[in-house]
Design a protein. Structure first.
Length: 202
């Protein structure tokens, strides 16, 4: 109800892309994954349940985040269907997502992608731009490597509107104002919520 009230008071201004909503046609379930909110764990669970594996015997697979891996396993993205097919699934399938405290998620994203400076992809994609934009008197090395981003610099970068799936909003990723989720679990109550989802959905 709180989500519905928020959506009425703050109607979304962007269309729902639904590219983070996964479809399990076999079990008639939609799951929206949110990076830094148990997304790897739940991708693994959804895949295992799709393939008939025991719920207590999930095995994490590093290939989960490869674009075609889930598709090869029979898990598709909602955005791959026509609008008519998307709406049919939204209206008839069970739907859930997981989230976490937004600040904790932001801190987790910083620690995972920037704190140690070892993620070369993020150093080049975001780090160099963050340092160039927000650090006065940055050294030539810092501008070249982008591997020592400070948390306050990262926060300013995010609040200025620079987006990435690891810290962009739940609305942008899961479209809760377009997709009425049956269950929205929280990382803070993960065990209890997960038990309920497994019992209700599968």
């Amino acid at each position: 109800m709180r989500v519905h009230k928020y959506c009425v008071e703050h109607p979304p201004t962007e269309p729902c892309l639904a590219d983070k909503v996964l479809v399990d046609d076999k079990n008639q379930v939609l799951f929206c994954y949110v990076p830094k909110a148990a997304c790897s764990t739940w991708k693994t669970a959804v895949l295992a349940l799709r393939n008939g594996q025991n719920k207590s015997d999930f095995t994490m697979n590093e290939e989960l985040h490869q674009p075609l891996f889930l598709w090869w396993q029979g898990i598709t993205r909602l955005s791959s269907f026509t609008q008519v097919e998307q709406q049919r699934r939204i209206q008839t399938y069970k739907k859930f997502m997981f989230l976490r405290d937004p600040f904790e998620r932001l801190v987790s994203a910083y620690r995972d992608k920037f704190e140690r400076g070892v993620n070369k992809v993020f150093n080049q994609r975001h780090g160099k731009h963050i340092i160039r934009q927000y650090r006065h008197n940055a050294t030539a090395r810092a501008l070249q490597e982008g591997d020592d981003v400070q948390f306050d610099e990262f926060v300013r970068y995010v609040t200025d509107g620079h987006s990435d799936r690891h810290w962009s909003t739940y609305q942008k990723q899961c479209c809760p104002c377009h997709v009425y989720y049956d269950v929205i679990g929280k990382l803070e109550t993960y065990n209890e919520d997960s038990t309920g989802i497994l019992r209700y959905f599968y």
